[in-house]
Design a protein around this ligand. Structure first.
Ligand code: ADE
Ligand code: ZN
Length: 330
């Protein structure tokens, strides 16, 4: 049995495997500009975040019906369960679907078909986090939050993703304030490609509780000290960082330095269909390549539950933490 863990940084659209993409394309009569799954996989050579996002948005055009979103989420949950995931806080990008004429109802109802039965079917508890696309306008984000109002009983929080540089967190002050007033939890991608100032701004202006990625905090020692002191979780995604060329190789990843600095790090897969592995694979890779010992891996797993939004199910959190503490890491 794999080490129990929570996954806190996972874009559901980024779990679209080539095989499912072709299946959905056929089902929905959408034509993809790739001959087959092999040709598609061949296109997974990214130079930066934008080069990935271009393909990510192109491929999601195959997602059209409730059933598509349900199948997508169910496939992820099955894979996640097999890799030890007990709890998943799942991002989705409604603006990318609304722009194609796919309604909020279709997206949320479809995802919920899988998420709502995940505990019984896969043993994975779930939460849903609605992400705003930061390269769209602040008005569009506000309209998206408005469109989500009928679904807020199934949405735990809001996040901020897509192309980071040139789109500082403060652009979304108003929508994050509105989300907070609705009782939603808040997270944001910051310091993936953008500067450390974006991390500070996400904390101070948007009031986020976790930073997604946050790698570039290392350029600002005072910020590192603050993140450690305030126990702000970072949802790190090492395989993503390698594929998007934020770090040269996994061996160069600063995870050990971040842990040594006392930061509350968690390990996640981001867009696993595109980046070569799910979260269990990520644990295996950092163990092997970065030489993390068993206690470090246990710390990462423990952090994932501590940093999760499980305040409404402390019993599950406690049970998972106890399993992590008792797990034999050899
Ligand atoms: N959307 C999907 N994956 C993303 C990432 N790694 N960074 C920003 N936006 C994303
Ligand atoms: Zn991400």
């Amino acid at each position: 049995m794999p080490l129990p863990k929570a996954e806190l940084h996972l874009h559901i659209e980024g779990t679209l495997e080539p095989e499912l993409a072709f299946e959905l394309a056929a089902r929905n009569d959408v034509s993809l500009p790739y001959a087959d799954t092999e040709a598609l996989r061949d296109a997974y050579r990214f130079t930066d975040l934008q080069s990935f996002l271009n393909l990510y948005y192109e491929l999601m055009t195959v997602l059209r019906t409730e059933r598509d979103f349900a199948d997508l989420a169910d496939a992820y949950l099955a894979r996640a369960a097999a890799q030890g995931v007990r709890h998943a806080e799942i991002f989705f990008d409604p603006q990318a679907h609304l722009a194609r004429g796919v309604g909020m109802d279709t997206v949320v109802d479809g995802l919920w078909r899988a998420l709502g039965t995940s505990r019984e079917r896969h043993g994975v508890s779930t939460r849903l986090i609605l992400c705003f696309l930061r390269d769209e306008s602040a008005e569009s984000a506000l309209a998206t939050l408005d469109a989500a109002r009928p679904h807020l009983d199934r949405i735990t929080g809001v996040g901020l993703d897509s192309a980071e540089v040139g789109h500082p967190p403060a652009k979304f002050r108003e929508v994050f304030e509105a989300a907070a007033a609705l009782g939603l939890r808040r997270v944001a991608h910051a310091g993936e490609e953008g500067p450390p100032e974006y991390i500070t701004e996400a904390l101070d202006v948007l009031g986020v509780e976790r930073i997604d990625h946050g790698l570039r905090c290392l350029e600002d020692p005072a910020l590192v000290e603050r993140l450690a002191r305030e126990r702000i979780p970072l949802t790190l995604c090492p395989l993503s960082n390698v594929r998007l060329r934020t770090v040269d190789t996994l061996a160069d990843h600063p995870l050990p330095a971040l842990l040594d600095a006392g930061l509350m790090c968690t390990l996640n897969s981001d867009d696993p269909a595109y980046f070569g592995g799910y979260v269990g694979d990520t644990f295996d890779a950092v163990r092997e390549v970065l030489g993390l010992d068993g206690e470090r891996l246990r710390e990462l797993a423990r952090n994932s539950f501590l940093a999760s939004f499980l305040e409404d199910d402390e019993e599950l959190r406690a049970r998972c933490l106890a399993e992590v503490a008792a797990y034999d890491l050899g």
